[in-house]
Design a protein around this ligand. Structure first.
Ligand code: PMP
Length: 424
């Protein structure tokens, strides 16, 4: 007999540690492009993309073919033991795609958190300093070192004590919540007065658009001021593009739209269309600060994940997915802006390219319950959404860029129906 969601959820609760949550009570059997099918045969439109992993959709034919071809040849040597071309090719391609008018090098890993950890290691080795400045509501991962950088306690580090790591927290600019670019820069100057000299700071790390934090876009003047601060004090500027990268924002990396370039960029998620690949790319002299043996890992840049990434890059080129990201972004923005006129509880629609979110406020205050209700109702109507934000009151959209127009509109219509029923 086929399995039900209820049976599988029961087995999960018996076998899987409860810290591994489940946003939606469904188990998925298969998926294609922007459509998910659960174990009971129910279909959903995927506006979550496995948290920004599926810019090219589920099982993109080009990615699938690249992986299938690689599977016939080689799955593992460990790149630190014996080389293989796809690893080098991914690095060459990423070096060429990353903004910054300097010679670049890359290194590959498996998860976003691992990329962030290695970016910090490289910055420490390059500067001989240990301090790092990260931002409130920033998200950089769940491993021990990245948790220190992640600027949201519950649920990520609740019950685990104070995180170590010489991390100082600055304010991310967010006009909507009363933090201007000047306030944000002043918060860094305060760190230099109260906590640590600039000469003890190895790196400043930020997301050009905060992902888990609520899709707040860094203003260009803020980025320019950060670049200036880093140049003045010899601090490494790290752009965490794990969520913003691989075309989500309408350029391959979001930093292309920010007026300045970072010294190191992290990438993961959609870079390999569902296969575990991450990496760091940056100034050659900074990446080369660590001696042979200091970077790597058993599975980092596995042949299969690299083949998938090369498939993703091919799909981007052949299908002009950067242009598509902007088209999808415009459709999302215009629909959601209209929705916000009809339902004032939607206080703001914002984002970059196809990385679009709406923030819900009731009586001027964050509305996490309504947000959760919209997400649950949308699911019951066949649309998978994700919430985010420091206050859990933001609905974010990370739909595959390859979604057919008609399905995109269907998803947006479901969102409208949810607001009509819940906030009408
Ligand atoms: N950095 C950012 C900006 C992210 O959005 C995430 C994941 N949401 C991470 C790092 C961590 O990536 P992973 O979950 O693959 O470790």
């Amino acid at each position: 007999m086929s399995k039900t969601n209820a049976e599988l959820i029961n087995r999960k609760s018996q076998a899987v540690a409860r810290g591994v949550g489940l946003a939606h009570p469904h188990f998925i059997e298969s998926a294609q492009n922007a459509t998910l099918t659960d174990v009971e045969g129910r279909e959903f439109i995927d506006f979550a993309g496995g948290i920004a992993v599926l810019n090219t959709g589920h099982l993109h034919p080009t990615v699938k073919a690249a992986v299938a071809e690689q599977l016939e040849k080689l799955t593992h040597t460990c790149f630190m033991v014996l080389g293989y071309e796809p690893y080098v090719e991914v690095c060459e391609r990423i070096n060429a795609l990353t903004p910054g008018n300097y010679t670049k090098k890359s290194a590959l890993f498996t998860t976003g958190a691992e990329a962030v950890e290695n970016a910090i290691k490289v910055a420490r080795a390059h500067t001989g300093r240990t301090g790092v400045i990260a931002f409130g509501a920033g998200y950089h991962g769940r491993t021990l070192a990245t948790l220190a950088l992640t600027g949201k306690v519950a649920p990520y580090s609740s019950g685990m004590g104070i995180m170590s790591g010489d991390v100082f927290r600055a304010l991310y600019p967010c006009e909507m919540h009363g933090i201007s670019t000047e306030d944000a820069i002043a918060s860094i100057e305060r760190i230099f007065k109260f906590d640590a000299e600039p000469s003890d700071i190895a790196a400043i790390i930020l997301e050009p658009v905060q992902g888990e934090g609520g899709f707040y876009v860094a203003p260009k003047p803020f980025m320019a001021a950060l670049r200036e601060l880093c140049d003045k004090h010899g601090i490494v500027l790290i752009a965490d593009e794990v969520q913003t990268g691989a075309g989500r924002t309408g350029t391959f990396f979001a930093m292309e739209q920010m007026g300045v370039s970072a010294d190191i960029t992290t990438f993961a998620k959609s870079i390999a269309g569902g296969f575990p690949l991450s990496g760091i790319v940056g100034k050659a002299e900074i990446l080369d600060a660590i001696a042979p043996g200091g970077l790597g890992g058993t599975y980092g840049g596995s042949p299969i994940a690299c083949a998938a990434a090369l498939g993703v890059l091919q799909a981007f080129k052949e299908e002009d997915l950067l242009t598509r990201a902007n088209t999808v972004g415009e459709t999302l923005t215009s629909n959601l802006n209209q929705l916000s006129v009809d339902f004032p509880v939607i206080a703001e629609v914002r984002g970059l390219g196809a990385m679009i979110a709406m923030e819900l406020l009731q009586d001027g205050k964050p509305a996490p319950e309504l947000t959760a209700a919209v997400v649950a109702k949308a699911r019951d109507k066949g649309l998978i959404l994700l919430s985010c934000g420091l206050y859990g009151n933001v609905i974010r959209i990370l739909v595959p860029l390859t979604v057919p127009d008609q399905q995109l509109q269907q998803g947006l219509d479901i969102i409208r129906d949810c607001f009509s029923e819940l906030a009408g």
